[in-house]
Design a protein around this ligand. Structure first.
Ligand code: ADP
Length: 729
C-alpha cells in the first residue's frame, strides 16, 4: 500500500470514529446528526480512495466515491448553516439576523447544482475526465460558498463568542478545503503529499470538539487535545504491542488482543488523567500557570482578614496567571459589619473596567438567582440555552436566557461565580473573562475559579467576624471614653455655663460687645454640651429586652411635638397603617430616631416642601441577610422633597461625626442606626438628586398583624422604599 492509500485509510478510520463518537453522546440533535453524516461521508470517501489501490473491479467503487464527493458539499452547506444559531441572543425578539443571504435559497441552489452531477455519475460517462473536472469545480465551488456563508453568518452574529468561533472554524475549514482540493489534483495527475487529508481530519476534530462543548476551542486548547489524544494513542499502542507481538504465536494472538483490551480498559482513565497532566505541565505552561497562580493565591488569602486587602491580592494574583484578560469583584454594599444593601458594588477589577458598577438586586434578579442556584453562570452556556429555547419555542425560557446573557455581558463576564456567606446568602460576585478567546474556559478552569470563589467566601466571612470583634472593642473603648468624657468635659462645661450666666446677671454695666461675647460663650457651651450628650448617647449600651409597643402611637406623639415648630411652607402628610403588629423597641429611643429623621428632612428642604411620614406592614416575603423577621416587618418611612443625597455623603451617612452642616454633630444618623439595629432592624435610604430622600426604618414585627391578613405576594405588597420594590423580611 502506498503512502497515499495508507493516509486515506487512516483518515477514513478517524473520520468514521469521530462520526460515531458524536452520535454516541447523550444529546444528539439535528446539528449532531448533520455533523455525523458529514464526517461519515468524508470517512467513506477516504475509504474508497484507500480501496482504489486494492480492489480490481473498480467501476462501482469509482461511482461510490463520486457520489460521496457530490454529497460532501451538500452536507457541508447544511451543517455550516446549522452551526451558527439562527437567532442572536442580543436581538430583542429572537429574530433571525437580517443581513446574511437566506439559508433556504443556498440550500435549494446547492441541491439544484448536485442533480446533474448525480445523473452524470450514474451515467456510463462517469469516469470521463470532463466529469472529473466538473466534479472538482462543483466541490471546490460549493465548499467555498459554504465556508463563505459560515463566515458571513458568523460575522453578522450579535454574539462575540459565535463570531470568534465561526471565524476560527471557517479559517481551519478553508485551510482543510484548499489542501484537500490540492489532493484532488493528484487524481488529475499531480503528485502532492496528502496534507489535505490530515487537515480535513483536524477540521473534523475541531468541529466535533466545538459541538461537544458548545464553546470555542482556541488553537492552544486544540493543540492540547490533539497532543493528549496522540500521546494516549501511543501509550495504548504500546500496551497492545506488549501483549500481541511479545508472545508472537498467531493462535494466541486473539487471546492476547482480548487481554490487551482488558488492560487498556482498566488503565484508560488513570492513563488519560496522567497523560493530560504531564502534557499540560510540559507543553502548556500557561494553563498550568493558572493552576499554580490560583494555588498560591489561595495560600495568600488564607492569612487575609480585611476585604480590601483580599480584593487587591486577588487582582494581583490573577494578573500574574496571564490566563485571563479581565476580572472583577462585586461585593454586597453595606460593608463587612452590616451588609444588607440592595446591590453588589464593584470593589476591584483587573483589565478593562466592566460597564456595570452596581448589580442591583431588583434588575439583576435572573443573574443573582442563577448564581444562588448553580453558583456559576457561564456566558457561552447561556447562549446555548437561549438557542435551545428558541428552537423549542419557549418564550419564557427565551426571555430569561436573553436577560441573563445581557446581565453577564454587562459585568463583562465570560463566567461569573457566586461568593456565598455562611448562611448561603450571596455576599459577592466574582467575574472572569478572556477577551482573546471568548468564553474559552475549560471545565477544569471553571472548577479552579469556583474553588477560588469558595476561598473568597471564607475570607469575607472571616472579615465579618473580625469586623464584629473590632466593632465590639471599639464600642467598649467608646464606652470607657464616654465615662471619662462625662466626668472630664460635661462637669467643667456645666461650671463654665453657670459662671457665664452668673456674669450675665451680676454685671450691670455691660457694653454691647460684652453681651455678644457672653452670648457666644453660652451658645457654644450649649453646643458642646449637645455634642457630648450625643456621644454619651451613642456609646450607651442598648438593652434589647423591651416590651412590644405600637409604632403608630410613638409616631403620633413625636409628630405632635414636632408639628408646632414648623411653619406653613411645610406640607406635612401623615399616613398611618392602622393594622400594624407591635414591635419590640424602646419608645423613647424610637421617638429619638423619628425626631432625627424628621429634623434632617425638614433641614434638607430648608423648611419648605412636602414631608410624608407613613407606616406600613410587610409580610415576610423573602429572607434577607440583614434582619431576621418571622412575622414580617413594620416600616416607618420619612420622605422629603429635598435636594437628595450625593453619592459621597451617602457613603458616610451613618459614620459618627460625619456632617455637612455647620452646626451639626454628625451623630444623629449614627445614633439612629445603632438604636434600630439593636432592636434587630435596619435603616434603608433611597435618594434621588433633585427629587428627595426617603429614610425607611425597618423593624421586625413581634407578632402577626391584628387582622390576620393574607400573605400578600411581593408584587402586590405595599410599595417598598427600595428602588427595586424588593420586599423585606
Ligand atoms: P447632622 O444632622 O448633625 O449633620 P446626621 O447624622 O443626622 O447628622 O446626618 C448626617 C448628614 O446626612 C447630614 O449632615 C446631611 O448632610 C445628610 N442628611 C441626613 N438626612 C438627610 C436628608 N433627609 N436629606 C439630605 N441630606 C441628609
Amino acid at each position: 500500500m502506498d503512502l497515499r492509500s495508507r493516509t486515506a485509510l487512516f483518515c477514513a478510520a478517524l473520520a468514521l470514529a469521530i462520526a460515531m463518537s458524536v452520535l454516541l453522546r447523550a444529546r444528539v440533535r439535528q446539528l449532531q446528526v448533520l455533523f455525523a453524516a458529514f464526517a461519515a461521508d468524508v470517512g467513506l470517501w477516504y475509504l474508497t480512495q484507500a480501496l482504489f489501490g486494492m480492489v480490481h473491479g473498480r467501476s462501482l467503487l469509482v461511482r461510490a466515491s463520486e457520489l460521496l464527493a457530490v454529497l460532501m458539499p451538500q452536507l457541508a452547506v447544511r451543517l455550516f448553516s446549522a452551526i451558527v444559531p439562527s437567532h442572536s441572543p442580543l436581538l430583542p425578539s429572537g429574530e433571525a439576523r437580517p443581513d446574511t443571504p437566506p439559508r433556504s435559497r443556498l440550500h435549494r441552489g446547492s441541491t439544484l447544482a448536485a442533480l446533474p452531477l448525480v445523473a452524470l455519475v450514474l451515467s456510463p460517462y462517469h469516469a470521463h475526465d470532463a466529469v472529473r473536472v466538473l466534479l472538482f469545480v462543483y466541490t471546490a465551488g460549493l465548499t467555498g460558498v459554504a465556508l463563505w456563508h459560515l463566515a458571513a453568518e458568523g460575522r453578522a452574529s450579535g454574539s462575540r463568542a459565535v463570531r470568534a468561533r465561526t471565524r476560527f472554524l471557517a479559517a481551519v475549514g478553508a485551510l482543510a478545503a484548499v489542501f484537500t482540493l490540492a489532493d484532488f489534483l493528484s487524481l488529475l495527475g499531480a503528485r502532492l503529499p496528502p496534507v489535505g487529508a490530515v487537515l480535513s481530519i483536524v477540521f473534523l476534530f475541531v468541529l466535533s470538539q466545538s459541538l461537544q462543548s458548545a464553546r470555542l476551542l482556541d488553537l492552544y486548547d486544540l493543540a492540547g487535545r490533539l497532543l493528549v489524544a496522540t500521546a494516549l494513542a501511543f501509550a495504548i499502542a504500546g500496551i497492545f504491542w506488549l501483549f500481541v507481538s511479545w508472545v508472537g504465536a498467531f493462535n494466541t494472538m486473539y487471546l492476547n488482543a482480548v487481554l490487551a483490551s482488558i488492560a487498556i480498559l482498566v488503565l484508560f482513565n488513570p492513563l488519560q488523567a496522567k497523560v493530560e497532566e504531564y502534557t499540560h505541565q510540559i507543553f502548556f505552561r500557561e494553563r498550568f500557570d493558572l493552576e499554580s497562580a490560583v494555588g498560591s493565591l489561595r495560600k495568600r488569602l488564607a492569612h487575609v482578614l480585611e476585604v480590601r486587602e483580599m480584593s487587591a491580592i486577588v487582582v494581583a494574583g490573577l494578573e500574574q496567571s496571564r490566563r485571563i484578560t479581565s476580572a472583577a469583584l462585586y461585593l454586597r454594599e453595606g460593608g463587612a459589619v452590616q451588609p444588607g444593601g440592595t446591590a453588589f458594588v464593584l470593589d476591584a477589577h483587573l483589565g478593562e473596567a466592566p460597564a456595570v458598577e452596581r448589580v442591583e438586586e431588583g434588575s439583576s434578579r435572573t443573574l443573582l438567582d442563577r448564581l444562588a442556584q448553580k453558583h456559576v453562570a457561564i456566558r457561552d452556556e447561556v447562549e446555548r440555552e437561549l438557542s435551545d429555547a428558541l428552537d423549542a419555542g419557549e418564550a419564557h425560557a427565551v426571555a430569561q436566557a436573553r436577560e441573563l446573557y445581557m446581565r453577564l455581558d454587562g459585568v463583562g463576564a465570560g463566567a461569573a461565580f457566586a461568593i456565598e456567606g455562611d448562611d448561603k446568602e450571596l455576599v459577592g460576585i466574582f467575574v472572569v473573562n478572556d477577551d482573546r478567546v471568548r468564553d474559552a474556559f475549560s471545565p477544569e478552569e471553571i472548577t479552579l475559579f469556583e474553588s477560588l470563589a469558595g476561598q473568597l467566601s471564607t475570607v469575607i466571612e472571616n472579615s465579618r467576624a473580625y469586623a464584629r470583634v473590632k466593632e465590639r472593642d471599639r464600642l467598649a473603648a467608646l464606652g470607657a471614653m464616654a465615662a471619662g468624657l462625662a466626668h472630664e468635659v460635661k462637669n467643667p462645661l456645666g461650671a463654665i455655663k453657670g459662671a457665664a450666666q452668673l456674669l450675665a446677671e451680676e454685671v450691670q454695666a455691660r457694653s454691647p460687645a460684652d453681651d455678644e461675647f457672653l452670648g457666644i460663650i453660652l451658645e457654644e457651651v450649649d453646643r458642646l454640651d449637645r455634642v457630648v450628650s450625643s456621644i454619651l448617647d451613642y456609646a450607651r449600651p442598648r438593652s434589647t429586652e423591651v416590651p412590644p409597643i405600637d409604632v403608630n402611637g410613638a409616631l403620633r406623639r413625636t409628630m405632635q411635638i414636632l408639628a408646632p415648630a414648623h411653619d406653613e411652607a411645610l406640607d406635612l402628610q401623615i399616613d398611618l397603617d392602622d393594622d400594624l403588629p407591635p414591635v419590640c423597641i424602646d419608645p423613647e429611643q424610637l421617638r429619638q430616631v423619628l425626631m432625627n429623621l424628621v429634623t434632617n428632612a425638614v433641614q434638607a428642604m430648608g423648611g419648605r416642601g412636602r414631608l410624608a411620614v407613613s407606616t406600613g406592614y410587610r409580610p415576610r416575603a423573602r429572607p434577607t441577610g440583614a434582619i431576621v423577621a418571622d412575622h414580617g416587618v413594620v416600616e416607618v418611612r420619612v420622605a422629603d422633597t429635598g435636594p437628595g443625597i450625593s453619592a459621597k455623603v451617602l457613603k458616610n451617612l451613618f459614620v459618627p461625626f460625619f456632617t455637612t452642616k455647620s452646626t451639626g454633630t454628625g451623630l444623629g444618623l449614627a445614633i439612629s442606626q445603632r438604636i434600630v439595629q439593636s432592636a434587630g432592624g435596619m435603616i434603608d435610604v433611597q435618594t434621588s438628586a433633585g427629587v428627595g430622600t426617603t429614610f425607611t426604618i425597618v423593624l421586625p414585627a413581634n407578632a402577626a398583624p391584628p387582622s390576620s391578613r393574607e400573605i400578600v405576594p411581593p408584587e402586590s405588597a405595599p410599595r417598598s422604599s427600595r428602588p427595586d420594590g424588593r420586599a423585606l423580611g
